[in-house]
Write a protein that binds this ligand. Structure first.
Ligand code: BV8
Length: 224
């Protein structure tokens, strides 16, 4: 059984990681245009670096929840060929035991060299990063896909969506593309589609089935 799972900020909400568009969401603290675009980084790199340094530091205060653990278990079940795609840049899927997690919007614990585009694991503030091991330059940036930038591994994702038997979207508002369009791509190629979300997402009508409630309960129920 080929399964593609897409997760968003809602899968980490019960771990204490703020979502983006809920009332107390992350974007509330920052206008998207202020922090998640290359232009913003160009104009005010300090604000953008701080936005990501704060989120990176906060990772030490959170832990995986039952949704992350159930998805890690799903990947080990006999007969399941799972591609776990996340829009999240936290490492909670990995800390729950998931392997080969595809971070399509990048990762907090990684730095990107703006000169040679090499990606390096990094857990501290970016200001303390040594020169790029690839080219020696010092203009490192958060290894995050901003608005207007191309998400990572799109070809791999699209190929998996076209072959999937099941596509499951968990904890995402369906507000950001191309991720929000994955359900339609999978359905057009014959996959059965399921939404697990606290409330109906913007794309809920595209799903064969939708279950609403906290991921920490819905995901283990679905996996088991
Ligand atoms: C691109 C940076 C071209 C990392 C982010 C049509 C097609 C293609 C592009 C576009 C298009 N229309 C517009 C665009 C442009 C744009 C876009 O989508 N704009 C939007 C605003 C309309 N897209 C882009 O620019 C993308 N790039 O298109 O390049 C291209 C594309 C393909 C191939 C070639 C070229 C780049 C998008 C990436 C932007 N970067 N962030 C970071 O800082 O984290 S986006 C940001 O939103 C985060 O990455 C986040 O992951 C993402 C989505 O948000 P969600 O994860 O869904 O979080 P949200 O708060 O919105 O929702 C949480 C949900 O969880 C809610 O529904 C809530 O009810 C639920 N929930 C809460 N608690 C729980 C819960 N569910 C279950 N249990 C709970 N306990």
């Amino acid at each position: 059984m080929r399964i593609v799972v897409l997760t968003g900020a809602g899968v980490s909400a019960e771990s204490g990681v703020p979502t983006f568009r809920d009332a107390d969401g992350l974007w509330e603290g920052h206008r998207v245009e202020d922090v998640a675009t290359p232009e913003a980084f160009e104009m005010q790199p300090g604000v953008v670096q701080r936005f990501y340094d704060e989120r990176r530091a906060a990772l030490a205060l959170v832990a995986p929840n039952p949704a992350h653990t159930a998805l890690a278990r799903l990947g080990t079940l006999p007969g399941v060929d799972l591609l776990l795609v996340t829009q999240n840049i936290d490492d909670l899927h990995e800390r729950a035991g998931a392997t080969d997690v595809l971070h399509m919007h990048g990762e907090l614990l990684s730095a990107l060299c703006a000169s040679c585009r090499s990606r390096c694991r990094w857990a501290g503030d970016l200001a303390d990063f040594p020169p790029c091991p690839g080219c020696g330059m010092t203009d490192l940036r958060p290894d995050v896909v901003w608005f207007g930038e191309i998400p990572y591994q799109m070809e791999r994702i699209q190929s998996a969506l076209m072959r999937a038997d099941v596509f499951v979207s968990i904890g995402t508002s369906g507000a950001v593309y191309p991720a929000a369009g994955f359900v339609q791509m999978a359905a057009a190629c014959g996959a059965r589609t399921l939404e697990l979300n606290l409330v109906p997402s913007e794309g809920t009508s595209f799903f064969d089935e939708a279950r609403h409630g906290p991921a920490g309960r819905l995901v283990p129920d679905w996996v088991d």
